[in-house]
Design a protein around this ligand. Structure first.
Ligand code: ASP
Ligand code: MG
Length: 411
């Protein structure tokens, strides 16, 4: 028999009926003889409602009190779920983060888990009980309530699984797995059976927002097998695992196509071609806490350069103002911004051992007459910046070119 940590998200516990349905599912696993520890989110919309209340009182709410407030959402669901389990005859016990001693640092609203005491949970499991733990919350060394950042219940689930050495951490959510790309853009996108932690991180950070990124990092670090599956339909979901679990035969060249519509391009033209210029520009941006993603420098002539980089769209105006202020001093010619861009990436650990992915990607885009504005690569990812009006076309063409389309008859 196995030990599973199961995390149920906000939609799956969004109404009393849904909580009852989760209880039936959990009781079913228990009846098969498995040990089950459940981590739950707040009922859907509840965390937002609580944040809204706080903002009516204080425009920039006090972080410590915010954690006291928003952690109540999960406390409601653990109690209701245990009641539902008990009324099905399945013994269960609820714990807040503090009660089960999920010890975190003191960074309110984005605390990091440092340690979990598993003694109480083990005793309950040994006594045949289901353990239900509030997601998203912990306690610092002084006994203050902390929370782990939006979507943090995923991280609670993974951390519990790591601490208990569970056989699998199962994230039950409203999608039935991780897809090769967003099915709203490519109808023939298919659910992946397996994906590696590294690939998942690239897919998640590039916009497939199925799991909190920190949860994936945590699972990778402690090698906790992670499965994303639907709370509403039967199915195997997607297993997120280590690279070595693949055999060469089944390893695809590219696992998915990710995209991100949130970036903007900022260029500073005609800067002197001397040491220290890029550093001055990019440190000024960094000092303003603006994150830079893709960077390209082209040599316009022997004495002057153009530097172009991308930032989050919300930061484009601020970045332009910073560069405009630097312009006279640097002797630069012009500062430009363009928000009508998008980043498209092909992701796959298979490209580590195979050449030719980049040329295939560029050929595919060329055939569609899509101009590539910027390129960046890592070991398992190639990203291009293109005009946003070609996003759908590019993603569909790449999905087909890398053999990711669902064949007719496949499910
Ligand atoms: N309830 C929290 C949120 O909405 C944590 C979670 O659901 O994972 O962000
Ligand atoms: Mg979530």
């Amino acid at each position: 028999m196995s030990l599973f940590v199961q995390k149920y998200g906000g939609t799956s516990v969004g109404t009393p009926e849904r909580i009852q349905a989760v209880a039936e599912k959990v009781a079913g696993f228990r009846a098969q003889g498995h040990d089950i520890v459940v981590a739950v989110s707040a009922m859907s919309g509840e965390t937002n409602r609580l944040i809204g209340l706080a903002k009516q009182i204080q425009s920039d709410p006090d972080a410590r009190e915010m954690d006291v407030l928003v952690s109540t959402g999960e406390q409601v669901t653990i109690a209701l779920l245990c009641m539902a389990l008990k009324s099905l005859g399945c013994d269960a016990r609820s714990y807040t983060g503090g009660q089960v001693k999920i010890l975190t640092d003191s960074t309110h609203m984005k605390a990091r888990i440092q340690d979990i005491n598993v003694d109480a949970m083990r005793a309950d499991l040994d006594a045949g009980r289901v353990v239900v733990v509030a997601g998203f919350q912990g306690v610092d060394e002084h006994g203050n309530i902390t929370t782990l950042g939006r979507g943090g219940s995923d991280t609670t689930g993974v951390a519990l699984a790591a601490a208990l050495k569970a056989d699998e951490c199962q994230i039950y959510t409203d999608v039935d797995g991780v897809y090769t790309t967003d099915p709203r853009v490519v109808e023939r996108a298919k659910r992946l059976e397996k994906i590696t932690f590294e690939e998942m991180l690239e897919m998640a950070s590039l916009g497939s927002k199925v799991l909190q990124i920190r949860a994936v990092e945590f699972a990778g670090k402690y090698n906790v097998p992670l499965r994303v599956l639907s709370a509403f339909e039967e199915g195997p979901g997607t297993l997120i695992t280590l690279d070595e679990e693949y055999t060469d035969m089944e390893q695809p060249l590219v696992s998915g196509i990710a995209f991100n519509r949130d970036e903007a391009k900022v260029s500073i033209l005609g800067i002197p071609d001397t040491p220290g210029v890029a550093s001055r520009i990019l440190s000024a941006i960094g000092d303003a806490n603006i994150e830079i993603d893709v960077i390209v420098q082209n040599i316009a002539s022997n004495t002057s350069n153009d530097l172009t980089f991308t930032v989050h769209r919300n930061d484009a105006g601020k970045a332009k103002a910073i560069l405009d202020a630097l312009k006279p001093d640097l002797g630069a010619r012009e500062v430009l911004t363009d928000s009508k861009i998008t980043k498209v990436s092909v992701v796959g650990v298979g490209m580590r051992s195979h050449a030719g992915v980049a040329s295939k990607m560029f050929d595919t885009l060329a055939t569609e007459n899509i101009n590539i504005q910027m390129i960046t690569t890592s070991e398992i990812k190639i990203s291009v910046i293109i005009d946003e009006k070609y996003l759908e076309l590019a993603v569909r063409a790449l999905h087909t070119a890398f053999d990711l389309d669902l064949a007719s008859g496949e499910i």
